[in-house]
Structures are given as C-alpha cells and as structure tokens.
Design a protein around this ligand. Structure first.
Ligand code: PLP
Length: 392
C-alpha cells in the first residue's frame, strides 16, 4: 500500500507524458525529433505585451501580493473585452484571475465537487478535465456523440443520475469542433432545468477559421444568479502560455468561494504576468487576428495533406483550436503489428522521431492528436515521416 493519498494515486499519469519525455530524451541525444504534441502557439508573445511586464518589474510593481482574484486593472480589462466580444456586462467581482485557465478549472472543481459527485464532459476531452475531477474525488464520465465529439441533451438524458457539473469545451481540444447557438441553448436549458453547474471553457474561442462562427455562452446567458461559469485566458489567443494567466467569470457568490480557496493556493497570480495580460486584453486586438490567420493557413494546408494519406481518417475539418484528431485505420495497426494508438505513437517516435500524443489520454483510443502550433516546415516534414511510417 502506498503512503501517498488515495486522491493523488487515483490520478492517471498523463498519457502524453511518456511520449513527450521520450521525445526530450531523444532530442537531448541529438536526434532530429519533431514534437507536434504541444498545446503552445509557437509565436513570441507580442512585444507591447512583454514590454508591459518589463515596465511593471522596473517600476517596483512586484514586491507585494496582488489581490487573490487578480489586479483591478486586469479584471477591469477582462470585463471590457468581454463586453466588446460578447455584449455581456460583468462587474469586476464576477471575475477571478488565476495562474492559467488550468488553475481556475482546478479551483472550480475544488469548490463544486464532493466525493462521488458526477462530472460529465464530452468525448474526446482535454486530459486535465478528468484528472482534476479525480483530484476533487468526483466521478468523471465522458459521454456524447462519438461521431461528432459533442455533448448533447440526448446523451445527458441517458445518464443514470443528474450530474453536479458539466464541463463543456468550445471549440474543443482535441477535435476542433464548435457548438452552434442552438446546441448551446439546448444545453443551457437542460442544465438550468436540472440545476446543474455548467463550466464552458472558451480558451480557444477566438481561434476559429474559414468563416466559422464561434458563439460564446456569454452572448446567450447572463452570469448573474446563474450556475454557468466561463473559463478563458491569454495563453492561446495571445501566444502567452508561459505567463500563466487565465480566468473564470461567474456569479459573484461563485467567485467569492473561488477566491477563498485560491487564497490558500496561490496568494494571487504573478504580478508582472498580470500586467502583461492587462496589456494584452486592453491593447491592439490585431495581434490575435494575426495569430488566427497564421493558424488558418496552416490548418488548410495541413488538412489537405493529411486527407491524402491512406490509412488515416479525419472526421471533419476542424473549425477551431489548433489540433487535428486523427483516426488510425485498423488495417494500418494490423499491418504494423501494433495493438493500440499508444503503441503506434511510441513506435512512430522511435522509428521516425515524430512525437504525437495518442487518443488514450483524451478518452478515445485509436486516435492521434497533431498540433499545428509549429512552423509549417516542421509540420510538413512530420507528415512526410508519418506517411513513410504507415506506408512502408
Ligand atoms: N483548457 C483547454 C481545453 C486547454 O487545451 C488548455 C491548455 O492546453 C487549457 C484549458 C489551459 O490553459 P492555460 O494555459 O490557461 O492554463
């Protein structure tokens, strides 16, 4: 019996970690590894944003703890941006800033979930949703239309019991799918009827392509007196993953509870990083559009290449985020003598030095996730290697 807590033991090691660790080892040994496993935009953080952090450091704005839920300047900036993008007016007490959307989600699980509570998400899902629920001793269940990767009211109706919380990702990691306005309205109606908390993680909301429309739940539902919580952050839209700033938007009572818990976890996010995030949300939003356009170009170019590979299947063309979730056809696995997508990913790395996380970690074995948050030349080379691996 381990002396470690049951909670920590219940957490699965990240399925992507093994591949990622091996990729790093190979790279350190001088191998030309291409890692398309990353969820990080490959651009530098835009200069004016970085400059705001440098200014904060130089002007001594770093020698004190900021308020637990974030500086007033950043929270004000977030409410202004939210108003601009979605039309919803929030007050600053409806915002809590955390060290990344990941921490906001973690703290939300901590304040909402009792041991045994059911938390539901769509399949495939972002790895951390499941493990954060396990850390709160809740029961995680991924449901939905396996064909589209979406959570539907029909699937919710089939559950044995009403969940305490639903976590919705829009657009989705790993499959890049968008929920329509009608689908969101139906889910909102269902969660309201059953008094279920609904977290909508909109971290990829501004990275949608080829004319697709992203509908923020904020444009459909007032957060005051509601159980709807929106999670977002600067990581993906502004290429700021390393700054670790994300936030939750909700009714004030939820935010107060969150801040109470976060007060024992972080004493507020890093001051200079908040200054940078404030510059991001209040500054020229053209930087987001530049990032979006680059991703769009890569999506279109890469999709055509992947489509042309015999042995791989793409469900639908992704409309958002920056990943492809690719099915490995069974005959390919059979021919290679591999019994799972995890084994495929391991072998691909060993033989062709391409690192991709396998579907197992996203609740959907048989798949690979390819991130196009990499320069096009690396993606092209990786695809050539994948093709060779499959076809030889
Ligand atoms: N939500 C989803 C769906 C993500 O893919 C990620 C990052 O990969 C996050 C949240 C976390 O983002 P942050 O960098 O703000 O913690």
């Amino acid at each position: 019996d381990s002396e470690f807590s049951k909670r920590s033991q219940a957490v699965l090691p990240s399925a992507t970690l093994a591949v990622s660790k091996k990729a790093k080892e190979l790279k350190a040994a001088g191998e030309a590894v291409i890692n398309l496993g990353m969820g990080e935009p490959d651009f530098e953080t835009p200069e004016p944003i970085a400059e705001a952090a440098i200014k904060a450091i130089r002007s001594g704005k770093t020698s004190f703890y900021t308020p637990v839920g974030g500086t007033l300047g950043l929270r004000t900036g977030i409410t202004q941006l939210t108003k601009e993008l979605t039309g919803q007016s929030l007050n600053v007490n409806q915002v809590t800033v955390a060290t990344g959307a990941k921490m906001a989600l973690y703290a939300l699980n901590q304040i909402l979930i009792n041991p045994g509570d059911l938390v539901v998400s769509a399949k495939p899902y972002w790895v951390s949703y499941a493990e954060q629920v396990h850390l709160a001793e809740g029961e995680f269940q991924a449901i939905g239309d396996a064909q589209t990767g979406k959570l539907t009211v029909e699937a919710l109706e089939e559950l044995d019991r009403v969940p305490k919380l639903i976590i919705l990702n829009n657009p989705t990691n790993p499959s890049g799918i968008l929920y329509s306005r009608e689908e969101l309205l139906a889910l909102l109606e269902w969660t309201e009827k059953h008094a279920v908390f609904l977290i909508v993680d909109e971290i990829y909301g501004r990275l949608v392509y080829n004319g697709a429309t992203f509908t923020s739940v904020l444009s459909l539902k007032a957060l005051t007196n509601s159980k709807v919580i929106v999670v977002d952050g600067v990581s993906k839209s502004y290429s700021m993953t390393g700054w670790r700033i994300g936030w939750a938007l909700a009714d004030e009572t939820i935010i107060r509870q969150l801040n109470k818990v976060l007060g024992h976890m972080t004493s507020g996010p890093t001051a200079a990083a908040q200054a940078a995030a404030e510059a991001a949300v209040t500054g020229d939003q053209g930087v987001v559009e530049a990032i979006r356009l680059t991703f769009q170009e890569r999506l279109n170019w890469t999709y055509d290449q992947l489509e042309a590979i015999d042995g791989l299947t793409l469900a639908a063309k992704p409309e958002g985020a920056f990943y492809f979730f690719i099915k490995i056809d069974q005959p390919v696995l059979d021919r290679l003598g591999l019994n799972s997508s995890a084994a495929f990913a391991e072998k691909l790395l060993e033989v062709e030095k391409v690192a991709l996380p396998a579907g197992e970690g996203f609740g959907m074995p048989g798949y690979l996730r390819l991130s196009y948050a990499q320069d096009q030349a690396s993606i092209d080379e990786a695809i050539a290697r994948i093709k060779r691996f499959i076809q030889e």
